[in-house]
Design a protein around this ligand. Sequence first.
Ligand code: UTP
Length: 646
Amino acid sequence: MKSSKKDFFELFVPGRVCLFGEHSDWAGGHRRTNSELTPGTAIIAGTNQGMYARCRKHEGELIVRSTLYDGTAAKPWHVPMDIERLQQEAAAGGFYSYAAGVAAYMLEFYGVGGLEINNYKTTLPVKKGLSSSAAFCVLVVRAFNQVYELALTTRAEIEAAYQGEIATPSRCGRMDQGCAYGQIPVKMTFDGDRISTATIRPGGNFHILITDLCGKKDTVRILSDLNASYPFAKTAKDEAVQRCLGEENQKTVAEAINAIEAGDAAKLGALMKKAQHTFDRNLIPVCKELKSPKLHTLLGDRKISRLTYGGKGIGSQGDGTMQFICKSKEARAELSGYLVSEYGMPSFDLDIEQPASIRKAVIPVAGLGTRMYPYTKAVSKTFLPVVTPEGITKPVIQIIIEEAFNAGAEEVALIVQPGDEPIFEKYFMEPSDPEVLAKLPPKLRAEADKLTDAGKHITLITQQDAKGFGHAVLQAEQWVGNEPFLLLLGDQIFCSEEKGGTARQVTDMFQKYNETQSVIGIYEEKLENTVHYGCVSGAWIDDITMQLQRTVEKPDKEFAELYMRTDKRGRKTYFCVNGIYVLRPEIFSVLRRQSEESRICELQLTSALEELRIKEGMKGLVVNGVYYDTGRPFVYAGTVGKFAGL
Ligand code: UTP
């Protein structure tokens, strides 16, 4: 929750793989001396695996606790925040030297104080071409950045992590710190000493498998052989190396970016095959170490070809690690099993996923809750308890916030009544009582962590007077800004078998139609109940998607029968709004105008929806899932049992 009472910060930094353009970082660096060379360019992506940590300020020391890949805790380490001492520690080498190198840089350039960082979990294997040392450097930079509120950009974090790592005996490449961007693909360009970065938006999902070839590779040898062709080519072979890592690579990277943006896995796989072929043809003549027999055996394996669209080496190449673009998740699972049984090679998954277009969610919880009186005299009804099917007791609002995060929201705004802020702050932000924590079983301790994590992404906005649902939404105008957002009611919870939950289906549909029209979740309702809800009618685009032709708030039976009837496979029926909306930001100007013109004290959302629908068009999506109301006494009583699965 946005507040100053934070005790510690939670961090995650993934490893990174190079999808295309290995070796182009140092090759592009040679433009320092030969400006005729083509700049280097690469596409990197964060791995699913990474390093987790908690950090907080410390008076005068750098204290690091670390957990290895196999789960064992390394011996804690500490050093005073003194530039000379830190530089000595950095130069001494070893795992903690990275933290010292980074701390020395942060102290010199930003005047930071001490830091306590507890890397409590590491799922990233080391020395597999996944830049685990760079991930650790980025983790330490980010910890300083958060704790001292330095407001460094990701690009600045990358620079600091690089400077920190080169203060140690380890030699890293310029593309390693790209993991700072998280799990999205990034294009990096290397021109002499300058690097630039641009994120790439995947237009679909890519199922990648990273395989440890369990072979030998001599990186020092590979780098020395290839560097011999720079900065000026002396032979035709040198020219071929420079062309391969220069123009040819630039062309492949441009095509690969198009394939990623188009969500075209088949094209991306084909480009990997082509890139490997070009790499082999031009680089093996100057470096025998790149013959990589194991890698080529796998590329020639028929079963592997059947399961994948293509693959290529990773990192410095050789028989270290390789990657495959798999045809589906199932194909990837089959390939992973096959590689173990046939070749004894372990693998792990890398998912590049189409990001959700919705980053922000708004949940109004400032209503008076008169139907739940007198309970609401004490506490907002959004704090009514429900029991999850896993047997955990949570307030309604927590379930709704989880739904928003599952739908892709990164930040949530709660519209609250004046005076209600402390209860939200206490619940989502303040750490649980240590005595209570100590008594909790692991399952509930994990819940405590999740809660604190969620709190960091929640903002409270006050609605001074309860002037209706539409008025509550209008309070979020500034916070949302000019982007589409997810709106959820504060008294309805959902249950869906589908991955990502119910709201996710609505955000996905919004994206499917290129974000041009707002989408609202709808469900089939009995005629006699339309009087309680927002009601819609329209024409079906497909079995679950309706182009809305009318939205009306709580129509009575006669009106609904005349105007709101919808034909569903030859059956006359009615559809109501289920409280999940993905709205384009234009809704705010409609609400603002209606609020200014309105003489009645309540501003409803439905009339603004109708105006927006007329202006831009709007779709309704029949979501796959069940929704439960918690805002009416007997309905709530039933909800508690049904939601728990009783
Ligand atoms: P309801 O229509 O259920 O109203 O609001 P209510 O005030 O909560 O409950 P009753 O009708 O008096 O029993 C739907 C959602 O909009 C929020 C509510 O908190 C609920 O999540 N809301 C409503 C506001 O935030 N502000 C308002 O002025 C009205």
